[in-house]
Design a protein around this ligand. Sequence first.
Ligand code: IMP
Ligand code: MG
Length: 170
Amino acid sequence: MEKELCISKEDIQRRVEALAKEISSDYEGKEPVLIGILNGAVFFFADLMRAIDIPTKMDFVRAASYGSGTESSGRVRLTKDIEIPIEGKPVILVEDIVDSGLTLSYLMEQFARRGAASLKICALIDKLERKEKDVYVDYCGFQIQEGFLVGYGLDCNEEYRHLPEIYRLK
Ligand code: IMP
Ligand code: MG
């Protein structure tokens, strides 16, 4: 498929560092648990966690939203859960991209029930078109109007994840 450059490596790095700085100052003395949403968020998660200069803990979930390709079907389920306890802890969900908002609104509901002391969202990209569920992204790398993006962990049918920058499929 044809693709065009959307976000360069340098721009990703610059925004990741800015988000990390914000999180480091907001959570000073708190040791937040970063929960990455597999698989798309892996590179963002790894870069973000290393750029945050306060201690953090890591865990991961995997959420499937029945369907493949460029459209999600609307129903979400957890196919891998976290393993460390989050009760009483400040939690930050780390996501690659918010599209319909279904995945994050489902996860927010799940984690709110488990007694986290606080629950925030850090997403590399917030897509402004096609929002079905209203999700507030506390820490947002980029706002993108439209299009299907790949690279830096983002895939289209498991392709393109390895690319170091982000492209828009044409
Ligand atoms: P949701 O529609 O907000 O629930 O997003 C579900 C998932 O679809 C996200 O976690 C991404 O992994 C994936 N996704 C949404 N938009 C894109 C895109 O433009 N490129 C690649 N993956 C996407
Ligand atoms: Mg994802």
